[in-house]
Structures are given as structure tokens and as C-alpha cells.
Ligand binder design. Structure first.
Ligand code: GLU
Length: 447
């Protein structure tokens, strides 16, 4: 084991050296490498064939210029990214993020996580991620469309249903996927439905894809609760964020008998002891694209500007906003307030210190690559429907999603058990995700 740890340390030093300044990527790589010592001890062939080393190096990284014109006729400039990380299990698969914080380090952390997440689903999808430092906030519909068209005018040459299949992430929802698909179709003169997922229902989209990440995280939590002989009944839940993941996580918690009493956006958080009014939240965030204080005002709920939603006492915490939003201080407060379950709806929302505190305190903790895999899993179901020119019902698709989440949950626990860390979802997810992709890489030779 000591030898394995030394080998993994060396591999991590190489990640640091080859990717200077990409702190989020370092964090994501470290978390996975730290879990792999027992695997490397048992299977030295993964090191001999440089599988782990190759996994840490993207197969291809594309960076491109995205010029576009705003409503005043001024030329604006952004940077576009697509990191095609690993295609051992299938075409690269992962979302596009449009947010001013996006740079190569963010795209690589997301792409790296995506490899293991996609592997865990058991479906034939590789890992990739992309996006831009474009800030959609305050932009008109016309500006969003022109930006998406310019972005796709470069991206189209790198993607395809057998190559790379992007979808949404922060800042990219149904509207953006529509503009991106329209431009892809126009440039290529192909109605290639399987080139993007998250499409609208009348043009190749899948039922449940919109809801899938949030629903999936709650299905996963439901399995965690059952493992401990509990249920959502009467549980107080705090969700961070109020975007796509947060909204549909809230919907499913409420359907399963829990109460979501708080949610947030970058301006602050609301506390609504009666339970979040979903119709109003969807109207404020999805239709009016307004700030969360508008919800509080119209609902008569409490709005706390600028505060941390993790101050609100709860049984279950569902971080669904963004990376590193829940730090050690927040974890400490949650633990003191009696929180006993945390599941990551977002990608890497808990800092490594926060995860350590949860684990030391015996809080059941599910990492994003397991708990939020429902989104990409349903994307793979969308690809299946596109390939067979079929479209499935809501109930059938939701049943498939729920089976997939149960499968991931059980695989995490079984793997954690097998490798000597019973009940540890982080170890289970990292090892189970790794082994499937590593075996495919071994079979495919040195490529
Ligand atoms: N962006 C989502 C994720 O983090 C979904 C990706 C997809 O559907 O391809 O998994």
C-alpha cells in the first residue's frame, strides 16, 4: 500500500507540473488519485500500462475564439473550450458551461469528473466538457442566439454523434441547445439528432432530461436513506442554487414527502418554512429570469442578502449550485445543526476539507460523480432514442433513470466494501468508475 501511495503521489506531481495554475483540475484529480491506492496494490497492471497517467491527460483540448455582435453593434469577444478527455467507453459526453469563471482549469476538472461519472452509469459514454467565459446574465435573446451561433461555427467540426456529444451545464439550457442545434444543422445540412442532448421534446429531445439531474440526485438520496432504514418523510431539506438542478431536486423531494425550506442564488438565500412554492420559483427563475428576492417578496418568505444558505438548520443538505460552494465552515455549521445526509447535485460543490469533516462526523455523503449522474445518464437515454428514431414516455424514462441511480448507489457501496472502506461513497464511486474505464483502456491498447 505504501508503494502504491508513493506511485500515486508521483502521478499527482506530474498532474501539477503539466497543468500549472489549474487549481480545480488539481483538486478533482487529487480526490480520485487518493482513492486508488487499494486498486493499484491489487492490480499493478493499471500502472504498468500507464492507464492512470493517460487518464489524467485529455485526449484532445480545443480552445477557440468566439466573436459576436451585441445589440448595440459592438463586437464582443469570448473564448470557447472543448476538452475531449477520454473516449474508451464511448463518444466524449458532457455539457457546455457558459459562465464568466470558465477557463481551462474549470473545463478540465469537469471533464475529468465526467469520465468517472459516465463510467459509473454503466452506459456507453466517454468523458468530455466544454464551455465559454461568456456571461449570459442580462443578455437579450438575440445576443444569446448570436453567441451560440458563433460558438457552434467553430465547435461543429469537432463534434458528432459518434465523436463528441455536448449537452447543457450552468448557463446552457434548452434555449441555448436549440440555437446550437439549429446552427449545427444549418452548417452541416444534417438532421443529426444525436449530436447534442438536452433538446426540446418536438425536435429530438427526451422526456425527463430536463428534470433528470435533480430527480436523479434525489433518487440517489432515497437509496441512501433506505440503507439506513429511513425515508424523506418529515425531513427538512436545504437546497443551494435555484437553477435547473435545484428546481427539479426540490420537485422530487416534495413528491417523496420531504420539505425543502431554503434555496439560493448568487444574490442570497430564501427561507420558506412552509416549503418552497415550486410554481412560483420556476416562474421567477425560468420564465422571468429574475433574482431570488423576487420570490421571497411575492411569497412573503424571508430573504437573506449575501448570506450562506448552509446557516439554515436541516436534516439533508443538497448543494446544487457550483464548485466549492460548501467549505469547512459551512460543513461545521451543518454538522452542529444535526445534518445527517449530504448529496452533491452540483459538480464538486464541497471542498475537500468539508468532505473530510462530513466523513469524520459520520454524515452520509454522496459525491457528485455518483449523485448527479442522472443528468448525463438520461442524455445517454436520449442518444438511444435518437439512434432508434423512437421516443419513450415520461414514466418509462423516469423508471429507467431511477433504476440507473439505484444501480450506481449499489455499485458504490459494493465497491467500497470490496476495497475496505464500507459505507464510503467517495471511495466506492472513484474506484467503481475507474475500474470500468481502466479495463476498457487496457483492452484498447496504448492509444
Ligand atoms: N452537465 C451535466 C453533468 O454535469 C450533463 C452532461 C450531459 O448530459 O452530457 O453531468
Amino acid at each position: 500500500m505504501a508503494h502504491a501511495e508513493a506511485t500515486l503521489d508521483t502521478l499527482y506531481s506530474e498532474v501539477l507540473r503539466r497543468n500549472p495554475g489549474e487549481t480545480e483540475f488539481h483538486q478533482a484529480a487529487k480526490e480520485v488519485l487518493e482513492s486508488l491506492a487499494p486498486v493499484v496494490t491489487k492490480h499493478p497492471e493499471y500502472v504498468d500500462a500507464a492507464v492512470i497517467r493517460r487518464l489524467c491527460e485529455p485526449e484532445r483540448q480545443i480552445i477557440f475564439r468566439v466573436p459576436w455582435q451585441d445589440d448595440n453593434g459592438n463586437v464582443q469577444l469570448n473564448r470557447g473550450f472543448r476538452v475531449e478527455f477520454n473516449s474508451a467507453l464511448g463518444p466524449y459526453k458532457g455539457g457546455l458551461r457558459f459562465h464568466p469563471s470558465v477557463y481551462l482549469g474549470i473545463v478540465k476538472f469537469l471533464g475529468f469528473e465526467q469520465i468517472f461519472k459516465n463510467s459509473l452509469t454503466g452506459l456507453p459514454i466517454g468523458g468530455g466538457k466544454g464551455g465559454s467565459d461568456f456571461d449570459p446574465k442580462g443578455r437579450s435573446d438575440g445576443e444569446i442566439m448570436r453567441f451560440c451561433q458563433s460558438f457552434m461555427t467553430e465547435l461543429y467540426r469537432h463534434i458528432g454523434e459518434y465523436t463528441d456529444v455536448p449537452a447543457g451545464d450552468i448557463g446552457v439550457g434548452g434555449r441555448e441547445i436549440g440555437y446550437l442545434f439549429g446552427q449545427y444543422k444549418r452548417i452541416t445540412n444534417r438532421y443529426e439528432s444525436g449530436v447534442l442532448t438536452g433538446k426540446g421534446l418536438t425536435w429530438g429531445g427526451s422526456q425527463v432530461r430536463t428534470e433528470a439531474t435533480g430527480y436523479g440526485a434525489v433518487f440517489f438520496l432515497d437509496e441512501m436513506l433506505k440503507t439506513r432504514g429511513q425515508s424523506f418523510d418529515g425531513k427538512r431539506v436545504v437546497v443551494s442554487g435555484s437553477g435547473n438542478v435545484a428546481v427539479y431536486a426540490t420537485e422530487k423531494v416534495e413528491q417523496l414527502g420531504g420539505t425543502v425550506i431554503a434555496c439560493s442564488d448568487s444574490s442570497g438565500y430564501v427561507v420558506d418554512e412552509k416549503g418552497i412554492d415550486l410554481a412560483l420559483l420556476k416562474d421567477v427563475k425560468e420564465t422571468r429570469r429574475a433574482r431570488i428576492d423576487v420570490y421571497a417578496e411575492e411569497r412573503g418568505a424571508i430573504f437573506v442578502p449575501g448570506g450562506s444558505v448552509w446557516d439554515v438548520p436541516c436534516d439533508i443538505a443538497l448543494p446544487c449550485a457550483t464548485q466549492n460552494e460548501l467549505d469547512a465552515d459551512s460543513a461545521d455549521r451543518l454538522i452542529k445543526n444535526g445534518t445527517s445526509y449530504v448529496a452533491e447535485g452540483a459538480n464538486m460543490p464541497c471542498t475537500p476539507d468539508a468532505v473530510r469533516l462530513f466523513s469524520d462526523a459520520g454524515v452520509a455523503f454522496a459525491p457528485g460523480k455518483a449523485a448527479n449522474a442522472g443528468g448525463v445518464a438520461t442524455s445517454a437515454l436520449e442518444m438511444q432514442q435518437n439512434a432508434s428514431r423512437d421516443s419513450w414516455s415520461f414514466d418509462y424514462t423516469q423508471d429507467r433513470l431511477s433504476d440507473i441511480m439505484r444501480g450506481i448507489h449499489d455499485r458504490c457501496l459494493e465497491t467500497a466494501d470490496e476495497y475496505g472502506s464500507p459505507g464510503d461513497y467517495v471511495t466506492g464511486a472513484n474506484i467503481a468508475g475507474f475500474i470500468r474505464v481502466a479495463n476498457a483502456m487496457l483492452a484498447l491498447g496504448v492509444v
